[in-house]
Design a protein around this ligand. Structure first.
Ligand code: FAD
Length: 384
């Protein structure tokens, strides 16, 4: 006879895996199903590891502040090294346009108590001595942000979720959602039937077809992004450097030095590469390498070892979609993480556990209002 669970999570990725951990910690009997052979094989493994709370809206700020707390204390609490580094984020301004954007953002960010400030050129260079000083106006710096290994952090959530009783089944694709009398009863996969009172769609870039199985029209579109990693060199760079100047080919790019010495970097292609094509190319390298060396001349002799592509699960306004379905009771969406699923996942996992346990705080209600599946999608996240 098919087993009954309290909750079924579709997707063992950046969101589904920490959610399984938080549910298991809260005593909820959870099953995670993923069509790939192990945890984190969707977009999670394409992420470069950046984690920041310095967003421009209360929902993402609160979720990511909590994620940072969880990741910062993980090793001490659970013993696993997830390569967390508190290096900060530095958004550079070489033109008045970016100076204005960053200063305007700061005015929104500061009231949330975020540790972020504008630094003029000389102070900024003290923090990042290798930046090209020519034409530099300054930038914002948030020392409490950082980075962690997407692979190791996801594996840590997976191992501890299992230790606490969550079950994972891989190589199994969910093909339909079983409903009766307006509520979920479980799911059907290509291998069997599983029953639960709650079904959580955490299927990342593939969330839309799964939502349509219960008649929901959820606007998540796969958007291909490019990344690369260099050989390892001696440590010289702490923060994640972000350059938001748009040029033909890339809307922005960002890079940092990993704990093990490699420079990891990523671009937002412009125009966007909509669709699921993640065949890697190195076409973006000449363009981004030129940009990076201009901002940090010291990078010029470091050799690139590997490039890859992965999918952002994009929403029209750049905000995640989190909330219960109004059509089908017990169906919960935790999708549309855009370029921030790794940093949102741990905080969001805890929020989802409180949703399932019906134990929401006032702040949770505010977050869920902003991320509601039923919002207008008319706004625009300022730093997607
Ligand atoms: C190049 C690049 C760099 C990035 N850098 C960062 C970064 O620095 N920081 C950051 O926070 N984020 C970053 N991201 C974004 C981040 O990777 C995503 O936002 C995040 O991985 C999305 O998490 P998810 O759990 O929603 O989806 P995923 O991690 O993709 O998990 C979804 C899972 O659902 C499974 N699935 C789908 N459909 C089904 C089905 N029908 N049945 C069973 N299983 C199914 C998939 O197999 C997949 O494993 C980056 C992304 C890219 C591409």
């Amino acid at each position: 006879m098919a087993k009954h669970y309290d909750a079924i999570i579709i997707g063992a990725g950046s969101v589904g895996t920490p959610t399984a951990f938080s549910l298991a910690e809260a005593g909820v009997k959870a099953l995670v199903l993923d069509s790939r052979p192990s945890a984190g094989q969707g977009s999670n493994k394409a992420a470069i590891g950046g984690i920041r709370a310095t967003h421009s809206d209360p929902a993402k700020i609160r979720l990511c502040l909590r994620s940072i707390e969880i990741l910062t204390t993980w090793k001490e609490k659970y013993g696993d090294d997830i390569e967390w580094q508190k290096g900060g984020y530095a958004f550079v301004a070489y033109r008045e346009r970016e100076e204005k954007i960053l200063k305007d953002l700061l005015a929104i960010q500061k009231p949330f108590g975020l540790n972020i400030d504008w630094l003029d050129r000389d102070d900024f260079l003290e923090v990042i001595p290798d930046l090209n000083p020519n034409g530099l106006i300054g930038g914002t710096f948030s020392p409490d942000d950082g980075n962690a290994s997407p692979l190791l952090s996801l594996h840590a959530f997976y191992a501890h979720a299992k230790r606490l009783g969550a079950e994972f089944r891989f190589n199994e694709t969910v093909t339909s959602i079983d409903t009766a009398g307006g509520r979920v009863r479980g799911v059907k996969t290509d291998q069997g039937d599983y029953y639960a009172d709650v079904v959580i769609n955490a299927a990342g870039a593939w969330a839309t077809p799964l939502a349509s199985l219960v008649g929901m029209d959820v606007p998540v579109q796969p958007d291909s992004h490019e990344a690369a990693i260099t050989e390892a060199v001696a440590p010289f760079l702490k923060p994640m450097i972000v350059d938001i100047r748009p040029v033909t080919g890339s809307a922005n790019y960002y890079f940092y030095q990993h704990a093990t010495g490699q420079i990891v970097f990523c671009i937002t292609p412009s125009p966007s590469l909509w669709g699921e094509d993640i065949r890697e190319t190195s076409e973006f390298l000449p363009m981004v390498a030129r940009r990076m060396v201009k901002v940090m001349p010291r990078l010029k002799n470091i050799r690139v070892r590997r490039t890859w592509r992965g999918l952002y699960p994009m929403t029209p306004d750049g905000f995640p979609i989190v909330g219960w379905s109004r059509q089908v009771e017990g169906y919960l969406l935790a999708v549309g993480m855009c370029g921030q699923g790794l940093m949102l996942g741990p905080g969001l996992g805890e929020l989802i556990a409180r949703m399932v346990k019906k134990d929401l705080t006032e702040s949770d209600h505010e977050i869920l209002g902003i991320l509601s599946p039923y919002r207008q999608f008319a706004g625009q996240e300022k730093l997607k």
